[in-house]
Design a protein around this ligand. Structure first.
Ligand code: ZN
Ligand code: ZN
Length: 334
């Protein structure tokens, strides 16, 4: 049976909601369950229905609980499947931990009919008008002896569908709850929480964590966070303070000539759930102009003059000594 055949076995389209799938199963199972239907094809039919429902559940990948038998879904009898949510976190939220509001709709057992889908009080059968028998009109006679009414099985009374759930046995309830998410979780981690069902019973809530990719940071397995950023080459030479991003917020950092790698301790991602934070490693890429402008050339002249051409500074003295040694060497060559 392919998936389309499964849906048509249940009299549904592939667009049917979970509640409609359940309601269809309930309706068909009530009709064809061997406990209730002694006809020879009932067993084959219920097997086909069960195969169809299993395939639909598999394809939907949903935690759709189906009762093993019709009587099993009395209130409180079947444990409810956990309510599952995907929760996307930014790296900052995951690093610090956060609270999330999750909300949705849950199908619960209808409180009016107790999940059976039927009204409490039977009403007179419409087919036989409550007589339990129907008259058959035959061509040779105006009226034949009464035959047992099939709609009510001769009882004259039927129980209509529950007015609240229209026979599905399920009632939708909106829920909204706040879940505390611990720090240090990553994609694939699951947070277990619980909320209250309609009767106050606990309902399991599973949150599947999904960490969003970050535009600035790369997260490593041990919690180290790496960030590579361009810096002004002259600011780098001049040892200026710059602001750098970390998962814990912006930090001031002093650039050092000759240093491209900086470690900001304890500003990375937690090493484990609720654990201490690893380090944030900043890599700087100093940027210089490809060609110097006129004003920059002039500034460089002044810089050079103030450095290796100025007597009395260590660099100036060393350059002067070098120049003198080269002069003596050239004189010796002549
Ligand atoms: Zn009837
Ligand atoms: Zn109901």
């Amino acid at each position: 049976m392919n998936v389309d055949e499964c849906y048509s076995e249940l009299g549904l389209s592939a667009h049917a909601s979970d509640a409609e799938v359940k309601a269809a199963w309930r309706r068909l199972a009530a009709r064809w369950h061997p406990d209730r239907n002694a006809s020879p094809q009932a067993l084959r039919k219920i097997q086909r229905i069960n195969r169809a429902i299993e395939e639909i559940r598999r394809v939907r990948g949903l935690a759709m609980t189906m009762p093993a038998s019709l009587d099993e879904e009395a209130p409180g009898a079947a444990p409810d499947a956990p309510v599952e949510h995907s929760v996307e976190l930014t790296l900052e939220e995951a690093a610090a931990g956060c609270a999330r509001i999750v909300e949705g709709e849950i199908a619960e057992t209808c409180g009016l009919c107790g999940g059976r889908g039927l009204a409490a009080q039977p009403v007179p059968c419409e087919t036989c008008e409550g007589r339990g028998t129907v008259r058959q009109h035959l061509w040779f006679s105006w009226v034949s002896p009464g035959l047992k009414c099939r709609a009510c099985d001769g009882s004259g009374r039927v129980r209509p569908a529950c007015a609240r759930c229209h026979g599905s046995g399920q009632a939708a309830r909106r829920y909204r709850c706040r879940v505390q998410i611990p720090s240090g979780l990553r994609t694939g981690d699951v947070v277990h929480a619980s909320m209250r069902g309609q009767g106050g019973e606990p309902l399991a809530l599973l949150l599947h964590i999904l960490l969003q990719p970050h535009p600035l940071f790369a997260l490593e397995g041990d919690g180290t966070v790496r960030c590579a950023l361009p810096v002004d080459g002259f600011a780098w030479l001049a040892g200026r303070w710059i602001e750098v991003p970390t998962p814990g917020g912006p930090q001031q950092m002093r650039l050092q000539r000759d240093h491209r790698l900086y470690r900001i301790r304890g500003h990375g991602f937690p090493v484990a759930q609720d654990g201490p934070r690893a380090d944030c490693i900043i890599t700087v890429d100093p940027l210089f102009p490809e060609e110097l402008g006129k004003d920059q050339e002039a500034l460089f002249e002044r810089l050079i003059a103030s450095n290796t051409r100025r007597r009395g500074t260590p660099a100036g003295e060393r350059m002067a000594a070098w120049d003198a040694a080269v002069r003596r060497w050239k004189d010796g060559l002549a």
